[in-house]
Design a protein around this ligand. Sequence first.
Ligand SMILES: [Cu+2]
Length: 193
Amino acid sequence: MGRVISIFLFLVIFCSEPSFAGVIKGKVSTAKLKAPKDIVVYIDKIEGKELSSSGEPAKMDQIKLVFIPYVLPIIKGTTVEFHNSDDVKHNVFAVGTENFDLGTWTKGITKSYTFNKLGDTAILCNVHPEMEAYVFVLQNPYFAITDENGQYQIKDVPSGSYKLKAWHNRLKPVTKDVDVAASGELSVDFELK
Ligand SMILES: [Cu+2]
């Protein structure tokens, strides 16, 4: 009987534990872009939560003379694989928080770079001056990127008080103070100028 009670107590304690994580969602608007997409919304810093990358590489491709995606948010320590899906040669060089030149290569070849500094870096191609993209390196995994309508959603955010920021390379960044409760949704909208 004692054992049954022990198992019962075990289940009560462990199954009733709240998740201590909430969702932050909202909409980003701006008059400066054709569509409010590719805007990164992220928690600037979570104490004790400086998580390194999962080891899973991120990918940036070059398709029809365009870098895809235009903005690539990653966690510090993530390796980005740069692909070339075109029949022409492309180059990849970087200017900003990180500065490097991976050289020029043809279709089918992939080159990689590991980003270890927080901040944004412009990715450019010296063969096609109009090509441009951004890698944005973040401290923790609590970030999202807006869709065509400016909508974003960050899941499983640990409860606490944070600085929530919105960033796009062509807009002035905005910071908001947020309090994430142990469960439920928090709605936070931004307007970027
Ligand atoms: Cu190119």
